[in-house]
Write a protein that binds this ligand. Structure first.
Ligand SMILES: [Zn+2]
Length: 67
């Protein structure tokens, strides 16, 4: 029985997306939100890793489509 588990409830941001694999709601820890948003700003996409290990590609809603 593991008595020690990091119980600090880290704040997360609801990405309003679901994993394509396990349908779990995707949340991003606040500590990583800035990195995700920076990636979105620069490239228009960012990658989230679901708890199941599935990588999710998310896209900026205000991306400009060129092609
Ligand atoms: Zn998943």
């Amino acid at each position: 029985m593991t008595s020690e588990k990091r119980s600090s409830t880290e704040e997360v941001v609801d990405m309003e997306l679901h994993c394509v694999r396990c349908q779990a709601r995707l949340y991003v820890p606040l500590s990583q939100v800035s990195a995700v948003l920076a990636s979105l700003e620069r490239t228009g996409v960012a990658i989230l890793i679901c708890v199941c290990g599935q990588a999710q590609l998310i896209r900026s809603r205000r991306q400009q489509r060129h092609d």
